[in-house]
Design a protein around this ligand. Sequence first.
Ligand code: PLP
Length: 446
Amino acid sequence: MTIQPNSIEGRDRAYHLHSYTNAKALERDGALAIERGEGIYVYDASGKRYIEGMAGLWSVAVGFGEQRLVEAARRQLETLPYYHTFSARTHGPAVDLAEKLIRMAPVPMSKAYFTNSGSEANDTAIKMIWYRSNALGKPEKKKIISRIKGYHGVTLASASLTGLPNNHRSFDLPLPGIFHTNCPHFRAFAQEGEDEAAFVARCAADLEALIEREGAETIAAFIGEPVMGAGGVIVPPAGYWQAIQAVLKKHDILLIADEVICGFGRTGEMFGTTTMGLEPDIITVSKQLSSSYQPISALLINDRVYQPIAEESGRIGTFGHGYTGSGHPVAAAVALENLAIIEERNLLGNVQALAPLFQSRFKALESHPLAIEARGIGLIGALELAPREGFATGQLGPKLAAVMQENGLFSRAIGDSLALCPPLIITEQQVGAMFDIFEASLDQFQ
Ligand code: PLP
């Protein structure tokens, strides 16, 4: 394709460094500009329509072009376009959203704290935990355990939590004091002769060995996504979270549930915490919180976390943390309206109704000669391609994603896995159409 210098693509190439992109390849090939969206579809500048099978980046729950969110933003922009929540200032949208989230929380939580992205929420979680340990007179209790293939963001601390090599390589990360334990992907990491129960027992035993090696008194928290998303859509085996949580409880280690993808219905319950039976002390949410119409994220913290922080801030005189945009009124108003839509339209019911079809279509693809495994739960899933002669690991996925794109479907290649995570408003007929394209693209790819 020839790229005209004055086109969006041409100026993009001239002026814009992209996230998560091979800049040299982009200089050569250019990017695809998306112009507008409607429901589960987005349209490029030529008018070509694509099913947004990833809801953007796992986020646009209510679909594109939702006028109620446009109206909520407009109303708030007219009334109070900005105010902060530093010191003793507050405003209605932040308070309403904090109350809503505390009432919705899947386990008892005390307070909501607002940030602007998933990365900032997880970064803030670490700072809160360090502050808490100091407040409790345990300054040595600061280390954090995360997991191989876990995804928690890209700030210095949250990229360190992320257990993917590309988030560390050439960035001089991870930071010291952050450790990665096993990924609960049974097919990929089970040892010879190990069944799921034995695999789970080994994950728990390895975690305990790490804790004992480092000294339990130095470990503050464990962070995990109830179901891993960006690491390849990995649903842990039965009993995994129970075994992990037993170890954490035994050693007085806090649990952070990163619900940035799972939160607000994705896994078939309002929170992945419920789906997976977690008892977290901190929950982080973003993405589907506002359907990403506005950048906003939040931490929900229980009394074990809140009370020491309150005490310490009393002693010091302030909890010295906060973003200009924390609890931004427009973002909060949009999030509130988005949550109202999720509830009024019973999108959770839609996930529960369509999950069997969605998952069975994925499962059916597993027997395709090119595939090795289908994984998923609720309305999130992935198909992993079998290794093929002549292709390095991680080469096949993007190639198949390009075929799907050509055929009008956006998926996400994670190595050689192709993920789908569509808007929660998707219909039965649209799920069928999406998998028909997936299947045809696979056949074409043979
Ligand atoms: N946590 C999880 C589970 C995520 O999937 C993501 C983003 O994909 C993040 C955190 C980081 O969120 P953000 O990109 O908003 O910083």
